[in-house]
Design a protein around this ligand. Structure first.
Ligand SMILES: [Fe+2]
Length: 531
């Protein structure tokens, strides 16, 4: 029974006869038996053979059984040792038990008794090993769970950081960056409110430029208090964040974390948990972002880390916006300098683009254009004739009326202008307006013969302003037209050359004297037809 596993036992005794007896007995029962005549020989065997159980006598030459047991306990702690001795003593028993000896047999040993002992020890050993394996498995499982938890937390963190980074994509203005930041803070750290301050240098006070608040359940969403942005923070902003605390962050640039102090404060005086983080641009504190959370919540270092990361991302966005605006302005200034140089060569067209822009903007406002559209109109108005750079001087500066062939050349300027802006790659909408500023509402204009609503709305505005200024300016071959005559021509052009809605707005502005920009009358100079 139980011998299929072929356990190996080591029997150590200096009596040859006993070894022989034990060997025969256990070999017959299917065990593998190795024998040694003393402790030293046994140690040699242990190095070579995998042993499952060791029987040893105590009194032997060279190394006795107790020394052997001690050695095994040190080198093979899982190997059970059974002592067989003819001279049992309490002292020996205690010593052996201390050294991991699992059983004690009194000589003369009954072989059957020895076998029962062996079976018991082996069963205990296998249980012990099984237990050890289980313990290791549990330990490994726990480690795996810990690792998994750590990994999940790391992934969450990366996900959050990524969310912060992508949160600022396509922001067009700094105000938008501030608003997005405070909105993000509510969600990011579960704050009840978040505010962004810049420094009012004159008043030496923080000035709130954006705020967001968590709506208490059931509150009417139309009461969005974030609309109350742009007010000065007084002694406290309502969350317990004093202007002194905020000014402190402005001054030292060090993030502030006030965790809720639950132990020492009575409930009615309990401070909300607060954070304030500086937004730095090139090492200078540009603004301070705050977050507050009410009862039951407390910010920790992790929340502070997320808040700092959000302000860093916001700072990068603001810096990029400033950089973009700088490039935009530089480029616009360069291109407009070309236009002014062109116009300067011709006394009759000086300031033409500037006046056309002012008239267009007046009409755009009257027609309800957004600020964004007005900005586009501002750029397109100033640059609408930039394509004339590509027209030969003998045509451009010709003092007489143009021949049909020359006029065809002049008609190329909207396309050339659009191409120049295309090279720049910045102004898509402006480019389309410049290309279309000589299209006519009835589809007979150039370069594409677009009709009605197919012509960009802002180009339809520019077209009226351009025509008005051309007629209202002196030319080398004619004086400026009478104002009444110009108005008559423009009103007559409604629906053919011009968009009737734009003409109506023009007429209103003209009637109420809100249109006319200053104009200079040139003395004498060569001139060309304003196209
Ligand atoms: Fe033009």
């Amino acid at each position: 029974m139980g011998v299929e596993m072929r356990e190996t036992i080591l029997v150590v005794d200096d009596e040859e006869a006993i070894l022989k007896l034990v060997d025969d007995f256990f070999s017959a029962r299917g065990y593998v038996v190795t024998t040694a005549a003393n402790g030293a020989a046994a140690i040699g065997l242990l190095e070579q053979v995998e042993i499952d159980c060791c029987f040893t006598d105590i009194n032997m030459p060279q190394m006795n059984g107790l020394e052997l047991a001690e050695h095994i306990h040190r080198t093979h702690p899982a190997l059970p040792v059974i002592i067989m001795t003819g001279y049992p003593s309490l002292e020996n028993a205690v010593r052996t038990l201390k050294n991991g000896v699992v059983d004690f047999l009194i000589k003369p040993v009954n072989l059957r008794e020895m076998e029962l002992c062996l079976q018991r020890v082996l069963r205990q050993r296998s249980l012990f090993i099984e237990n050890l394996v289980l313990k290791n498995e549990v330990k490994a499982k726990q480690r795996l769970e810990d690792l998994n938890r750590e990994l999940t937390a790391k992934v969450d963190e990366l996900d959050t950081l990524n969310r912060i980074l992508t949160h600022y994509a396509n922001t067009a203005t700094s105000a938008e960056v501030f608003k997005r930041t405070v909105d993000l803070v509510l969600e990011l750290v579960q704050a009840d409110e978040s505010r962004f301050y810049v420094l009012d240098e004159a008043a030496r006070q923080p000035h709130q430029v954006a705020a967001a608040f968590r709506q208490p359940a059931g509150q009417n969403p139309s009461g969005d208090r974030s609309a109350v942005a742009s007010r000065n923070a007084g002694d406290t902003d309502g969350s317990g964040m004093t202007s002194g605390l905020i000014m402190g962050v402005f001054a030292d640039g060090i993030p502030l974390l006030v965790a809720e102090n639950q132990d020492t404060q009575p409930v009615h005086e309990k401070m909300p948990s607060l954070m304030a983080v500086p937004l730095k641009i090139r090492a200078k504190v540009f603004g301070v972002l705050t977050a507050a959370a009410g009862a039951g919540k407390s910010f920790n270092e992790k929340a502070l880390f997320y808040l700092s990361f959000a302000t860093q991302s916001a700072a990068t966005s603001i810096e990029n916006l400033a950089l973009y605006e700088n490039i935009y302005e530089n480029l616009f200034a360069t291109l407009y300098a070309f236009v002014k140089a062109l116009e300067a060569r011709d006394l009759y067209t000086r300031q033409h683009s500037s006046r056309v822009t002012q008239i267009s903007l007046a009409m755009g406002r009257a027609l309800g254009c957004t600020q964004d559209e007005l900005d586009v109109l501002h750029c397109a108005g100033h640059l609408h004739d930039i394509g004339k750079i590509g027209i030969r001087d003998d045509i451009l500066l010709k003092p007489d009326r143009l021949t049909a062939e020359e006029f065809e050349k002049i008609k190329e300027h909207p396309v050339i202008g659009a191409d120049i802006l295309n090279q720049v790659g910045l102004w898509d909408r402006e480019r389309k307006i410049i290309r279309c500023h000589h299209e006519r509402f009835d589809g007979t204009g150039y370069p594409d013969g677009l009709r009605g609503e197919n012509i960009p709305f802002l180009a339809r505005i520019l077209s009226v302003a351009d025509a008005y200024d051309a007629m209202a300016s002196d030319r080398s071959y004619r004086k400026r037209m009478e104002e009444a005559r110009i108005l008559e021509i423009i009103l007559h052009g409604a629906g053919t050359q011009f968009d009737p809605a734009v003409v109506a707005a023009f007429n209103d502005l003209h009637r109420t004297q809100h249109l006319i920009p200053p104009r200079r009358t040139p003395l004498t100079a060569p001139a060309s037809e304003s196209s």
